[in-house]
Design a protein around this ligand. Structure first.
Ligand SMILES: [Zn+2]
Length: 369
């Protein structure tokens, strides 16, 4: 019986232990991936310590559980109903799994599935417990199974470590798409030096946005963001006061076309509200950072100015493939990330390293041999 190592959590709030378990056999429509790199996302530690209390409506995987959200690796076996993926393919596993047959799935809206579940993280509904039963493996194990429909093929130019970043990049990409981003537009991004916000900056550049307004606090990190494209990116620290006039001054007095709110769950609503106020008529705000305070919005003004406020969760596998192609072509620059690699048996140090990261530029990954 072939065995593998997997970091497993045996109780919420406990530490992960590296256990030896059986390597799974993929079901007919699934593949077996030998995981090479898995991202350690900023929120992972919160999920394994607090989520059960914070968000009882988001089901966690049954214990003992294998975590690890953003995995990239090599396909080593395929089920007998797998068509276009073969052993040897380099892939990113989109961990957002849908059931395939509910009302939303039949309409081609996988993220709106009633059983939508993040493998190795948490689920979004009652149907998630069945998804966790079908797919109990994730990136903090040496091997994982995944549906053939959830694979992004990675071009040779995209390393496994960079591929393990596609999750948070994809969240920003899908938000920019929902906002209708196209070449020549202006985009305001809050939390722009963070893991999500920096991804939004990189993708806005790749999608042809010509004026990017990066908003955050840390001035040294903001300067690093500005230097990514000094002719297109301007920066503002929230420590330097209100930012609406700065956005309007850079858009001929109109306001931004798009506001991507990537500010984190702990923030108040002030920046989100001011961001909506910095939009031009017809502008769109998309929330992805998880700002958790209620937003008192003047709906009559939004109506008169045709301003949209949109919530966006994750991305679909097709959007993941878009990003892989952009990275291969050089329109999405993944070279800005500094990978911090940890072996599986140092998973606790990897989780701690997240707290010491240099904003979104640091990419903490678990790497398997
Ligand atoms: Zn479904």
């Amino acid at each position: 019986m072939a065995m593998m190592r997997a970091a497993r959590l045996h109780r919420i709030g406990g530490e992960m232990s590296v256990d030896r378990i059986e390597i799974p056999t993929p079901r007919p429509t699934d593949v077996l991936v030998k995981v090479k790199a898995c991202g350690v996302i900023p929120n992972m530690k919160n999920v394994i310590t607090h989520y059960a209390e914070w968000f009882p409506f988001l089901p966690l995987p049954p214990l003992p559980a294998i975590y690890g959200l953003d995995a990239a690796g090599e396909v080593v076996a395929v089920g007998d109903q797998v068509h276009a993926v073969k052993p040897g393919d380099r892939v990113y596993v989109n961990p957002g799994v849908s059931c395939g047959s509910c009302h939303a799935c039949r309409r081609g809206e996988p993220v709106n599935c009633v059983a939508y579940t993040f493998l190795g993280y948490f689920g979004f509904g009652g149907g998630s417990s069945r998804v966790f039963r079908d797919y109990p493996y994730a990136g903090f194990a040496e091997y994982m199974t995944a549906p053939q429909s959830s694979l992004v093929i990675l071009p040779p130019a995209v390393s496994y470590e960079a591929g393990a970043r596609l999750g948070y990049l994809g969240t920003a990409y899908s938000a920019l798409r929902k906002a209708g981003t196209r070449a020549g537009q202006s985009v305001l991004i809050s939390g722009a030096t963070g893991t999500l916000g920096l991804g939004a900056v990189l993708l806005a550049l790749g999608m042809g946005a010509t004026r990017i307004f990066a908003l955050a606090r840390n001035k040294a990190l903001l300067e690093r963001v500005r230097l990514l494209a000094p002719g297109r990116i301007s920066v503002h620290s929230v420590d330097d006061g209100p930012f609406g006039d700065w956005v309007r001054a850079g858009t001929d007095g109109l306001g931004a076309d798009i506001f991507i709110d990537a500010i984190g769950p702990g923030a108040g609503n002030g920046i989100s509200l001011a961001g909506v106020d910095s939009l031009r008529r017809g502008g769109r705000m998309v929330s992805i950072g998880g700002m958790a305070e209620p937003l008192p919005l003047e709906m009559f003004r939004l109506m008169c100015f045709q301003i949209s406020v949109i919530g966006s969760l994750w991305f679909d596998t097709g959007e993941g493939q878009d990003m892989a192609e952009m990275a291969a072509a050089g329109t999405l620059d993944l070279s800005v990330f500094e990978h911090q690699r940890f072996p599986l048996d140092r998973i606790d140090q990897a989780l701690d390293a997240i707290d010491k990261r240099t904003g979104g530029f640091t990419n903490v990954v678990i790497v398997h041999d």
